[in-house]
Design a protein around this ligand. Structure first.
Ligand code: MRU
Length: 351
């Protein structure tokens, strides 16, 4: 697809070197940071310099490449042993988005089943596989855009939460893919972007990238969403997801559940957009998904300013789970899935 705007370049692999756009600096600065070691990649994922489910899968895949670069001197059997260890280590950076373990497993399996007995050749294979994961993600976003754009009517209002945008992928995003595609098709519509406390991905990232692409976007605080819906401004909600359980329950950024409940109350369709790598048929129910708990400081401060009393008790889950009965449909690169989800997900994604 031809874009009339430049995609942000979330993860870049240039001349054998890995770069992440440091998303913690946006929207004030666009800084690309070279990643030299697996430890640095782990830290970048943990600190959300690179974030969003598909992007951390891609980052993890290249992280393995970076981590294995110095291991090419080892015999192949030891190289594979080290590869397992490095994958396990990178996977420990964040637990909720299944795309990370999906990408790491894909990388390790590629090397394992190759039968190659030369570590340099195994390393080259890892580079190729990471590049494939990266390129496929771009095409997958276009597929989500193609199916999802049909939901965007001329003049409609769309609410989104967090950032499931270009910054969270290597293409036009997941939740934003229908928006970018409809925009390129010439439709006019309004987007409302939830600010997304505590780390403000909606304000710092989604508003930034949609505005940059020339899409009509209005930033709202999270606690305004229900009232904007009540005023009749929202025709459709589209969010991303970090993991879809086999029954269609979806984990996404904390606050998504509240948006889904409000949408149900007002009779507004609530769609979830994701690539097939986010569907986890091995996790039966949303309640089985591990929810990342993050540092209290993210809640007790706003930016650099402390906004809570010392010693206050804090709860900071990074994600919540929306039950499948609140989900109108799941937009994937293979089409839009509707309930009953268990059957639909198995039919579409069973290997
Ligand atoms: O903590 P984050 O910023 O990584 O959370 C991201 C989200 O919740 C996104 O909605 C999700 O990963 C989908 S990204 C296409």
């Amino acid at each position: 697809m031809r874009h009339s705007f430049k995609l942000p370049g979330t993860v870049e692999w240039k001349n054998g070197e890995l770069y992440f756009l440091d998303q913690t600096m946006l929207p004030l600065e666009t800084v690309s940071e070279k990643q030299e070691t697996a430890e640095q990649v782990w830290d970048s994922i943990k600190r959300l310099k690179v974030r969003g489910a598909p992007a951390i899968g891609i980052a993890g895949a290249y992280g393995l490449v970076v981590g294995m670069r110095n291991k090419q001197v080892l015999p192949a059997s030891l190289f594979i042993e080290e590869l397992y260890k490095c994958a396990e280590y990178l996977n420990s950076s964040r637990p909720t988005a299944v795309n990370l373990s999906w990408a790491l497993n894909r990388m390790v399996n590629k090397a394992k089943v190759s039968g190659l007995a030369d570590s340099a050749a195994l390393y080259d294979l890892l580079v190729q596989e990471a590049e494939s994961i990266h390129a496929e993600d771009r095409a997958i976003c276009d597929g989500i855009g193609k199916y999802g754009a049909e939901l965007i009517r001329e003049g409609c209002g769309v609410l989104t939460h967090c950032n499931a945008g270009a910054l969270a992928t290597s293409g036009i995003g997941t939740a934003t893919a229908p928006l970018y595609t409809a925009h390129l098709q010439g439709r006019r519509f309004r987007v409302f972007s939830d600010e997304t406390r505590p780390l403000l991905q909606g304000s710092r990232l989604t508003s930034w990238e949609l505005q940059r692409a020339g899409i009509d976007v209005t930033l709202i605080c999270d606690n305004m969403a229900a009232s904007i819906m009540a005023k009749g401004e929202i025709d459709l909600v589209i969010v991303g997801t970090d993991r879809v359980a086999a029954n269609g329950d979806v984990a996404n950024k904390i606050g998504t559940l509240g948006v889904a409940v409000a949408a149900k109350h007002f009779g507004i369709p609530f769609y979830v957009a994701c690539p097939s790598s986010t569907v986890d048929l091995d996790t039966a129910l949303g309640g089985d998904i591990e929810i990342e708990e993050r540092d209290a400081e993210e809640v007790t401060s706003f930016g650099a300013k402390r906004t809570a009393p010392d010693g206050i008790k804090v709860c900071n889950p990074a994600f919540d789970v929306t039950p499948n009965e609140l989900v109108t449909g799941i937009i994937t690169e293979k089409g839009i899935i509707k309930a009953p989800y268990k059957e639909a997900l198995i039919n579409m994604f069973r290997k």
